[in-house]
Ligand binder design. Structure first.
Ligand SMILES: [Zn+2]
Length: 263
């Protein structure tokens, strides 16, 4: 299964391996994220920079980051590709409007290959909306009371591909990210194929674009790491998650200020 949205990626990974990102599959095409969002120029804030510029969760300009994956701060690849007949389930549908509200979930057991261009990372996002994280990262987040990740399961990384000195020294999990609020359609400048917003799931058809990821503040459920109704692709992260990871020496693939994350 190829990632259909980036030609170079599709060409590089046309080996028959199944990229864990399972967007736009014909049988269960979710009605969002027609393209892979890219940060605006200068949007990516290096983790090092973030570490020296801590903010509180109330700081308006850095209220949230978007957790990204695929390519890390330094541009190097960090991806997981399934192999060996990993099964996927049915994409979830909204019971009220019938639209797809998520990607087809991977069903354990999950086996695959980790591609690591430069660094082995503790926390990264998978395009399907789940996150990939080390067992230690899961434990640290839980001990710190970070909320928003559920249903973790261990995956079998059969190989790590990349520079010869890259060795797998950690066990990896995949965890589901909970919905923790709703998109602010106006502030996000969200463009959708329709304007009939479902009151249950926040969907209004296929997402055609947005200028930033903005959340309706009154809709927030208090999670630290979450997705949002109406724009369920991006995974939002409070600054506290970054700080907890930093204090524990855990690496995050990429964090982009939500104001700068567009499609
Ligand atoms: Zn709905």
């Amino acid at each position: 299964m190829e990632r259909a949205h980036t030609g170079s990626d599709a060409a590089r990974h046309a080996s028959g391996r199944q990229r864990i990102h399972r967007e736009a599959e014909s049988a269960g095409r979710p009605g969002f994220e027609a393209e892979v969002p890219r940060p605006s120029p200068q949007a990516t804030t290096g983790q090092q920079g973030l570490l020296t510029n801590r903010t509180t969760d109330n700081s308006p300009q850095f209220s949230f980051f978007v957790l990204d994956g695929g390519h890390c701060e330094d541009g190097s690849e960090f991806e997981f590709y399934t192999e060996g007949g990993t099964q996927v389930g049915e994409a979830p549908k909204c019971s009220q409007c019938g639209r797809f509200v998520g990607m087809r979930p991977l069903l354990p057991p999950v086996k695959g290959v980790l591609e690591s261009g430069r660094s082995v990372i503790d926390l990264a996002k998978l395009v399907g909306g789940d996150v990939l994280l080390t067992e230690r990262c899961w434990r640290v987040l839980k001990e710190a009371g970070i909320r928003g990740l559920i249903n973790p399961f261990a995956i079998d990384v059969v190989e790590i591909r990349g520079p010869a000195d890259r060795r797998l020294t950690a066990n990896y999990l995949i965890a589901e990210v909970q919905i923790g609020g709703s998109v602010d359609r106006v502030r996000s400048a969200l463009r959708t194929s329709g304007n009939d917003v479902c009151p249950a799931c926040g969907s209004a058809g296929i997402i055609e674009g947005y200028d930033r990821v903005a959340v309706e503040m009154e809709s927030l459920l208090g999670l630290d790491l979450f997705r949002i109704n109406g724009l369920p692709g991006p995974v939002l992260v409070k600054p506290r998650v970054r700080d907890v990871c930093s204090d524990a020496g855990l690496s995050i693939c990429k964090l982009i200020p939500a104001d700068c994350y567009s499609l």
